[in-house]
Design a protein around this ligand. Structure first.
Ligand code: GLP
Length: 257
């Protein structure tokens, strides 16, 4: 794993945006995997700012979102489709027909997950997958437990994750769905390149276990250690629990990894 530590959220967002822009220049029909949550918001703002000055071109790109709440129609304001619309899709020139978000209101979750996996295969797989990190170590909605599921599936949400997402539902825990559709661990590890972003002190212990701890389904993000091309982008607070450190360089601190 390559670890990059930035002095603040803005420089981290700008570095990841530059990577996406470079990847799009190399391969205009790039297939992106996209996360939701608070962490990617500065990145989506940065991408929107670059799109406004025509500094980035998504016109031939395709996107696949990691997950969606089960039972929410796409038009529901707390759905991840609505989130993506608000924070990214409406602000860049991605063709909506090539944006894929699991349909939370589909009648049969298994059929919806199979459809999503087929679309992903048809698109040639994910070139660059951006990930956030749950405080409990989840990625997508692959929650900690005794086992993990390989493919896209419908998963129960832990009470901690439901509490962490309650803000999207006006703070009403009773309104947070109990299940979600999510890419599975093999879907995630099948991406050619992964960039995980984690910020804030609340994530520091999880980041340490993800990078320095054993690979275990009790911390799903630890499986990223198995992937040959993962970059972990952190701010100083999220990196504060790591054992290995080297001096900061040009606003960016690099750690051996
Ligand atoms: C949600 C999403 C994850 C996201 C995580 C972290 O549970 N399903 O994909 O990475 O939350 O969210 P945040 O960035 O708000 O900490």
């Amino acid at each position: 794993m390559r670890i990059r530590v930035y002095v603040n959220l803005r420089s981290a967002a700008s570095a990841v945006a530059s990577q996406i822009a470079a990847a799009l220049r190399r391969k205009p029909d790039l297939v992106l995997g996209l996360p939701t949550g608070r962490t990617p918001l500065p990145l989506y703002d940065e991408l929107a700012a670059r799109a406004a000055r025509r500094g980035i071109d998504f016109s031939r790109a395709t996107s696949f979102n990691l997950d969606e709440f089960w039972g929410l129609p796409s038009a529901h304001p707390a759905s991840y489709r609505a989130f993506m619309e608000r924070h990214l899709f409406s602000r860049v020139n991605l063709d909506r027909r090539r944006t894929h978000v699991l349909r939370g209101a589909a009648r049969r979750p298994d059929a919806e997950c199979a459809r999503f996996e087929r679309a992903l295969r048809r698109a040639g797989g994910i070139d660059l997958l951006l990930l956030g990190l749950g405080v409990n170590g989840h990625i997508g909605f692959n929650e900690p437990g005794r086992s993990l599921v390989a493919g896209t599936h419908c998963a129960p949400l832990t009470p901690a994750t439901r509490r962490a997402t309650a803000a999207l539902f006006g703070g009403r825990l009773d309104r947070v769905p109990r299940r979600a559709l999510t890419m599975g661990m093999a879907t995630i590890l099948g991406a050619r390149r992964i960039v995980l972003v984690a910020t804030g002190r609340k994530k520091a212990a999880t980041v340490r276990r993800m990078i320095e701890g054993p690979i275990t389904p009790h911390l799903p993000a630890s499986f990223l250690q198995l992937h040959p091309d993962v970059e972990v982008v952190l701010d100083r607070a999220a990196a504060s629990g790591l054992m290995r450190r080297v001096p900061q360089r040009r606003g960016k601190r690099r750690l051996a990894g």
